[in-house]
Write a protein that binds this ligand. Structure first.
Ligand code: 0A1
Ligand code: ZN
Length: 877
């Protein structure tokens, strides 16, 4: 994709377009040997724009067949694949133009624009894919109504879909047929969509709060209709939730979802026609894990919620991406929290934020939630914009309170419906409803890096004093950081586990369990406390920050057993585990025997058997910090092999010490009830599989893992068993037999086969590289299928620390070559995979050097896409 154009786009250069496109009429002819697109566009020259101003339309690799003014007028034009420049235009305010382009969807492997996936025509236009279909003002502040006519051979394309409502259909000569769609809501081009092909359909309906009947349809491969049932259920729950929680009603007669098997991302919120990676639609107990079900629920909701936060109110420019993404992630998080266990959901969100966003903020790819420049916008669909963007909305609600936040959202929808907006517009509604000045708060959007809070506490009878210092380490192009407004939720816990009150506070605004940190340094005194409290901090993870605080191990153990806030309780135990793991890492590096404190090890057993805690919570608590979590805690000069050994030692010690408790818990969780994907059942499976993970490390572990795999009646248990076999007992005949069984059983189920690749790609150790290179030659490995590539190469590079970072650097070199091969067809995919190198500077010097060489191989390669080059160059720094 646009290999040579490598310009930097800057926020400060934004200016409105000279022309608007009021109406867009598109006619697609989808012939077996290629497609033609006829675009009839109604332009408006903005007031004050000179009549001789040229009109410059965006294109990307287009072949122009015809361009003319409608009516009698004349003009001149200059066309290249990437631009159409029109001059000598009519002097009238409005004029119409006809543009015809020719496309070859079958050869489009970048999966942007119009392409074919498994014989189905589909489109992906966000962020700049529409310009691969026709010349256009392809920017989100150009809002147009769309009328779309699709013509195609009927036998191979019985289904013809586009945005909006269907207004006509009929037959044509030569066994072709057509359908016409009209979308009355003006929208930016990135929300355009078309689907044509032969698919099965699952239908349902929804009655909105004002009593309108909406037709719901999920289109999937023939024979897979039933696998869409869970997604349909999630859709109806989402529609209801948005009405109840945000007062938002659906606004068309039909809502279509299409599942395709080749897709670069999770899904896309095209108006009235969401297109999904089929991984996030298709599910049943035999092929999907509980986390697949949870992802489906979240992504179905996310795309649906975009109808208001993204589509009705869209972004002025791509710098404002978090306006729709951060807000919509916040909405899908809240939805899932309401559908499941709020505490467990919050812990999972924080784990994901730390695993995906913190490394971004702490590495060479750091950028503000609203960036100020980009070279390739495709590379900004990041955890920072999505997840940290969501955290900002959550903080806003925490600061303003639920009611004022809702009033602000209501005003946002009322004031900005039908507009393309900025972060300033968003913050202004909250300023208006609350009377607060949010200018310091807006730094969260503009300043990159994760703030750290260094805390120390002291207690004199009656008074707790806290010294809190906030700081952010320098990030690329940002050395000087200003103090932010950080809402820090806290609690004081007495020796009996009950909350303690204080009477007065000085040194900061302290209200409703929140400390408002607004200065670089605060000394806060809380007076009138009855006894020395144990401090519970950043409850509910009220702010996306890191904490540096010396807390006594006994206090952490106390919090791990008593904190009423589920997140803080989980965090206390994880702080203990992290500290133990870091100490063990140092011992491993020094070649010493590793020992862990007995109280932590036994606390694990207590948690496993504590019936007052939800099983899902217990599973999360007993999941040790991942190898990358530990690496982040260590910070630099990292040796992934030593981390692996330290973590393994802790797991073995916990397993040995709690054999009885874990075995009983494991056995007690087995049931013969019919499968249900609900949160409680999933939590029980999660705890049972966590127990398996420990017990499999003991002497009869192989037998247990084998039995678990053989007797599994759902994919969650099966993949847990298979994963344990492959990761703990890789080189055994039993493991090979289980892998062969699985491959045979799922030979024709791509999504399940992805898991087979993934399980093997994540088997720890240096030999993983050989496995990867063998699997890349497997007949079922397809380099042009993003799901398969992610299952093998993505899982290897991000989920296999000892394999990917093997000391001789061979995996880096291999990976770089694989990325270059992928890059030829799909730059978005290669660029995303390349982010696996983002923490390379935290490695020990030998590995750093090897990683640098691999990065250099990529920048120096002859034809590298802008996408991949952008990531690699920023990563090298
Ligand atoms: N807006 C979508 C994400 C998305 C972005 C780019 C894509 O291009 C391949 C696809 C999807 C969302 O937030 O779900
Ligand atoms: Zn989104």
């Amino acid at each position: 994709m646009h290999e040579n154009s490598s310009q930097v786009v800057r926020l400060e250069d934004y200016r409105p377009s000279d022309f608007l496109i009021l109406q867009t009429r598109l006619t697609f002819r989808l012939a077996p040997d290629g497609a033609t697109v006829r675009a009839e566009l109604m332009f408006e020259r903005r007031d004050g724009v000179e009549a001789d101003t040229p009109l410059i339309l965006d294109g990307d690799g287009l072949t122009l067949k015809r361009v003319e003014l409608k009516g009698a007028g004349k003009m001149a034009y200059e066309a290249s694949p990437d631009q159409l420049v029109l001059t000598g235009l009519p002097h009238e305010k409005h004029f119409q133009m006809l543009i015809e382009t020719e496309l070859d969807p079958d050869s489009n492997k970048a999966l942007m624009g119009l392409y074919r996936s498994n014989g189905v025509y589909c489109t992906q236009c966000e962020p700049e894919g529409f310009r691969r279909i026709t010349y256009f003002l392809d920017r989100p502040d150009i809002l147009s109504t769309y009328h779309v006519r699709i013509e195609a051979p009927k036998a191979t394309n019985p289904l013809l879909l586009s945005n909006g409502n269907r207004i006509a259909n009929g037959t044509l000569d030569n066994s072709w047929h057509f359908a016409e769609w009209h979308d009355p809501h003006p929208k930016p081009s990135y929300l355009f969509a078309l689907v044509a092909g032969d698919l099965g359909c699952l239908r349902d309906s929804f009655t909105t709060m004002s009593g309108r009947e909406v037709e719901l349809a999920i289109h999937v491969e023939h024979g897979k209709e039933k696998l869409g049932l869970y997604a349909m259920d999630a859709l109806k729950r989402s529609m209801k939730w948005d009405e109840e929680e945000f007062g938002r009603e659906y606004d068309l007669d039909i809502f279509n979802i299409v599942a395709v098997s080749d897709f670069n991302m999770g899904a896309m919120e095209n108006k009235g026609l969401n297109i999904f990676n089929d991984k996030y639609v298709l599910a049943d107990e035999a092929t999907a894990t509980d986390s697949d079900f949870a992802n489906i629920e979240a992504i179905i909701a996310h795309e649906y919620f975009h109808n208001w936060t993204g589509n009705r109110i869209t972004c002025r420019d791509w710098f404002q991406l978090c306006l729709k993404e951060g807000l919509t992630v916040y909405r899908d998080h809240e939805f899932c929290a309401d559908q499941r266990s709020r505490g467990v959901k919050r812990i999972s969100e924080v784990r994901a934020l730390r695993a995906l966003q913190f490394p971004e903020d702490q590495g060479p790819l750091a950028h503000p939630v609203r960036p100020r420049r980009y070279r390739e916008i495709n590379n900004f669909y990041t955890a920072t914009i999505y997840e940290k963007g969501s955290e900002i909305v959550r903080m806003l609600r925490t600061i303003l309170g639920a009611e004022t936040f809702r009033a602000g959202m209501d005003l946002y929808f009322k004031r900005h419906d039908g507009q393309a907006c900025t972060i300033e517009d968003f913050l202004k509604v909250f300023e208006d409803v609350s009377g607060r000045d949010l200018s310091q708060f807006s730094l969260w959007y503009n300043q990159s890096g994760t703030p750290n809070l260094a805390l120390s506490e002291s207690y004199a009878p009656g008074t707790l004093t806290l010294d809190i210092e906030q700081s952010i380490s320098p990030t690329p192009a940002e050395n000087h950081k200003r103090p932010m407004h950080i809402p820090l939720a806290f609690g004081l816990i007495g020796h009996d586990g009950k909350e303690l009150d204080f009477l007065t506070a000085e040194g900061a605004v302290v209200e409703n369990g929140l400390i408002h940190l607004q200065e670089r340094h605060h000394r806060i005194s809380l007076h009138g406390i009855k006894e020395r409290p144990v401090l519970s901090l950043n409850r509910g993870f009220s702010a996306p920050v890191t904490l540096t605080i010396e807390q006594e191990p006994q206090d952490l153990i106390f919090l791990a057993g008593h904190d009423s806030d589920p997140f803080a309780r989980w965090q206390a135990f994880h702080t203990l585990l992290s500290e133990a793991l870091m100490a063990a890492y140092r011992l491993v590096l020094g070649g010493k025997q590793v020992e862990f404190q007995q109280d932590i090890v036994f606390l694990a057993g207590k948690i496993a058997t504590d019936e007052s805690l939800e099983p899902a919570y217990r599973a999360l608590a007993l999941t040790l910090p991942s190898e990358t979590d530990i690496a982040r805690d260590i910070g630099n000069d990292i040796d992934p092999d030593a981390i692996f050994n330290a973590r393994n030692a802790l797991a073995v010690q916990i397993a040995k010490a709690n054999r009885e408790a874990f075995s009983q818990t494991y056995a007690g969780l087995h049931d013969d009830a019919p499968f249900s994907p609900d949160a409680d059942s999933a939590g029980r499976r999660a705890l049972r599989n966590t127990m398996l993970g420990y017990l499999a490390r003991l002497d009869d572990g192989l037998f247990l893992a084998q039995r678990h795999t053989k007797t599994a009646t759902n994919m969650t248990d099966l993949i847990a068993g298979l994963g344990t076999l492959v990761h703990e007992y890789g080189a055994t005949t039993q493991t090979q037999a289980a892998l062969d069984d699985y491959a045979q059983r799922y030979a024709t189920t791509p999504l399940a086969l992805d898991k087979w690749f993934q399980v093997q790609a994540t088997a720890p150790g240096p030999q993983a590289l050989e496995t990867i290179s063998v699997l890349m030659k497997h007949p079922a490995f397809h380099i042009d299928n993003p799901n398969r590539v992610r299952a093998l190469l993505g899982a290897f590079s991000t989920g296999n620390q000892t394999g990917f970072h093997r000391a001789d650097g061979a995996a880096y070199a291999f990976f770089a070559q694989a990325l270059l091969a992928i890059d030829k067809d799909n730059p978005q995919l290669s660029a995303r995979l390349a982010t696996a190198f983002r923490s390379w500077r935290a490695l020990g010097p030998m590995r750093q050097e090897k990683a640098r060489q691999a990065l250099l191989v990529m920048v120096e390669a002859s034809a590298v896409s802008v996408d991949l080059r952008d990531i690699v160059e920023r990563t090298i720094g």
